[in-house]
Design a protein around this ligand. Structure first.
Ligand SMILES: [Zn+2]
Length: 171
């Protein structure tokens, strides 16, 4: 996964020791890990509907997504949910109102670099506040009824599985 690095960032020597999440240099002591990145996704619900965002950026531009994103350093998963909703939708939800649902591994490729993530999914009630969209990342939002969701419209495999599991949990 980190084979795109050709040279040691410490000494400049050629690198050819890779395993699935680390590289090491034969010439100096450098060992570099690319660990799994944690991310959050929020199922925002209102009656029988879920709020989906439509991605305005690659990867998966134009496809459905859940509000969320990568967890920042020194941040809890709940705070990450809260911050991402503030940034993407302009809506603030109390930390205690995010209920953990499940997690799924995912592949996220950005500008040619493949990242392995673990997506933590939370459920929260929509607080009926005005939404102010972050238009660079999100083209529009769609409230979709549970019965009308087409899983193939969802961009990331991890979130397809999350939504599929959520729908199953309601039956
Ligand atoms: Zn080196």
């Amino acid at each position: 996964m980190i084979k795109s690095f050709k040279f040691c960032p410490n000494c400049g020597h050629s690198i050819n020791n890779f395993d699935f999440r680390r590289m090491s240099c034969n010439n100096c002591d450098l060992v570099y890990y690319q660990n799994v990145a944690a991310a959050v996704a929020v199922i925002l619900k209102k009656e029988d509907k879920i709020l989906f965002t439509v991605r305005n950026k690659e990867p998966k531009k134009g496809m459905l997504d859940l509000a969320g994103g990568f967890i920042d350093p020194d941040e809890s998963a709940e705070r990450s949910c809260q911050r991402e909703l503030e940034e993407e939708l302009g809506v603030t939800i109390p930390l205690e109102d995010f209920n953990y649902f499940t997690s799924q591994p995912n592949n996220y490729e950005y500008k040619g670099i493949p990242y392995k993530t673990c997506d933590l999914a939370f459920v929260a009630d929509f607080p009926e506040k005005e939404i102010i969209l972050e238009k660079e990342e999100i083209a529009e939002i769609k409230w979709i009824s549970i019965n009308d969701i087409n899983l193939n419209d969802i961009g990331f495999d991890s979130l397809k599985r999350v939504v599929e599991m959520y729908i199953a949990s309601l039956k």
